[in-house]
Design a protein. Structure first.
Length: 182
C-alpha cells in the first residue's frame, strides 16, 4: 500500500494553532467546510490580587485542535488557514488520529459542551490537601458543593475535628494511612 493511498480518505489530524487562536482556527476551518473538534473543559483562572479562582471554559489541549480532512488534497489549504500554525507531523508525514480516540473524547462531553473528567473521589474517601495553608493535611471527603469546583473535607488534627470547604483542585485521593495512590 502506498503512503498516498493511506491519506486519500478523510482522517482526523491534530492542528497546532497559534497562541490562544484555537477558536479562530476552528471558525476559519469550518468556513472551508472542514469538520473540526475543539474539546473544552473548565479551567481555573486565579486572580493574583483577590486570590479568587474563576472557572471558565478553556481548551482541553491549549494551542491544539482536531480537524478531519483529506491530507492529499487539503493539507496545503489547512496549513495556510488563519489561526492554524501547522498540522502535527512525524518525519514530514501528517500524524493521523484514530477515530476511536475522537469518539472517546466526544463521549465524555456533557450537555454544557465541556469534557467531563473522571471524578474518582467518593464520599468517605481519604484525601490529602495538595496546595495552600493546609498543605499535607489529611481528611475525609464529605461532599461536593453546588458549583462542583469546591468540596467539603472533614479534617482531624490534634484532637480537633473540623469541616472545611476547599477548592477541589487542591485535593487528591490517598489511602487510609495518608499515602498517595499510584
Amino acid at each position: 500500500m502506498d503512503v498516498n493511498e493511506l491519506y486519500d480518505a478523510p482522517s482526523w489530524y491534530v492542528i497546532r494553532t497559534g497562541p490562544r487562536q484555537e477558536e479562530r482556527a476552528i471558525s476559519n476551518l469550518s468556513a472551508w467546510r472542514v469538520e473540526t473538534f475543539l474539546p473544552k473543559l473548565r479551567v481555573g483562572r486565579r486572580n493574583n490580587f483577590t486570590g479568587v479562582t474563576n472557572y471558565v471554559p478553556g481548551p482541553m489541549f491549549p494551542n491544539y485542535a482536531f480537524a478531519r480532512f483529506n491530507a492529499n488534497t487539503d493539507l496545503h489549504q489547512i496549513c495556510y488557514t488563519r489561526g492554524v500554525h501547522s498540522v502535527v507531523h512525524f518525519g514530514g508525514i501528517p500524524a493521523r488520529v484514530d477515530d476511536s480516540i475522537i469518539d472517546l473524547i466526544r463521549s465524555q462531553v456533557g450537555p454544557d459542551g465541556l469534557v467531563r473528567m473522571g471524578d474518582d473521589i467518593k464520599i468517605g474517601d481519604s484525601v490529602k490537601i495538595k496546595h495552600g495553608p493546609l498543605t499535607n493535611f489529611v481528611g475525609v471527603f464529605a461532599a461536593t458543593m453546588d458549583d462542583r469546583a469546591r468540596v467539603v473535607i472533614l479534617l482531624t488534627a490534634v484532637s480537633f475535628q473540623g469541616r472545611i470547604v476547599i477548592e477541589k483542585e487542591f485535593v487528591e485521593k490517598t489511602n487510609r494511612d495518608g499515602a498517595l495512590r499510584c
